[in-house]
Design a protein around this ligand. Sequence first.
Ligand SMILES: [Ca+2]
Ligand SMILES: [Ca+2]
Ligand SMILES: [Ca+2]
Ligand SMILES: [Ca+2]
Length: 437
Amino acid sequence: MMTKTKGNKKGIGILLAAILVISVSTVIIASSSVPTAESKIAIEPVATTVSVDPASQTVQPGDTFDVDVRVDDVIFMGADQGTLLFDPTAMQVTGVTEGDFLKTAGSTMGAGMEIIDNVNGEVTFFYTLIAQGVGVDGSGILATIHFQAEPDVECTFPLELTDVILSDGNGNQITIDAINDGTVKIDNTPPTVEILSPYDDVWFDSEDVYVTFHAWDNKADELYYEIYVDGEPYASGMAPNCTETTVDLGILDECDHVISVYVEDYVGKWNESEEVTIHVDLYPPEVEILTPEEGQVYAGSCVILDFTADDVGECPSGIVETYYVLDGGTPVTITGSTTIENLDPCDHTLLVCAVDQVEKEGCDEVIFDVYPGDITGDGKVNIFDLQQLAWAFNSVPGDPNWNEKADLNCDGKVNVFDLQILGWNFGNDYTDMCNLM
Ligand SMILES: [Ca+2]
Ligand SMILES: [Ca+2]
Ligand SMILES: [Ca+2]
Ligand SMILES: [Ca+2]
């Protein structure tokens, strides 16, 4: 149990009694004008309040901080007093400064007479206008209490106003409608922050990079944050405490980026998240079809698809899929060069695409014709084509009589299967069949 010193209150009582005695004649005069005052109050009711201001603030252990005691909506105030109770284990009063409010009506008494009790946690002030019959109207600061927080403490501490008395310029007590106590939060715990997305090692496309992080602090309602990209501050703002915050970083340059988030609480305690490394790939793969060649006519019922595909750029994510589409049909997944068989005569459109890890796609397209059996390339299948096939019969690549055009089924040798295809197409006139002139 805390024993509070009462001596200071006796002092105030005597002071106010003196004011009352001096004011007796004025009180009588004032009472004659009461009906007027009452009618005025009836029209414009005011609620006079005395408050701790700010109602709440957060400080760091060892910090100095100020607390105002203020009055609002007072009429004809000539004197004030109050006691602020605090926890002396958490903070100490280093001084009291009289507020400017009362002084606007003239010289005052009481400054320097404040009673600071840092053992029991009480600070008392009392100020009065020296001139009688004078008062101040409105709102303002009665006193500013200067504190220093003790080191190594942490909690929310009440600041309680008690023994608050306001007197009017004639020595009459002014009714106080409300007294608002305050708190001071002493914060000795740094905040924490964790990046929820993006995940480490993830790839980004030409798309905005959103960073979602969770910030926490023991005291703050919101935290100041800075997002760092590659060690440089990139975005900043306020993040609500204990809530997910998402920030759009826009499209980042190609290559790797290290992202981290810094948070700071009200008292300057801070923390940083773990770093997350992301990769950015802004360029689609480049594809080039080598064969079949654009505008070329092929004598087989097949073509050899040969192509190159590279994921270009400074930091490519790499190709994860390649496919071709023939004549707008179903995509066919391939892993490299291949043979496209069973082609109908006439023209074909061939699209070859490569997709990288961020799903960027690059394609190349060729239009070519097949005239099955037309080894000579004159648009007709006849004896001259048969002759060419006969000369190359039983050859393979490297043989002196090898003729790639005579390999009508694209299997790398000229034999009876190619002869068979020629036979099936013998007599065809592709200049007519394919509507060519
Ligand atoms: Ca904190
Ligand atoms: Ca790429
Ligand atoms: Ca021919
Ligand atoms: Ca063949």
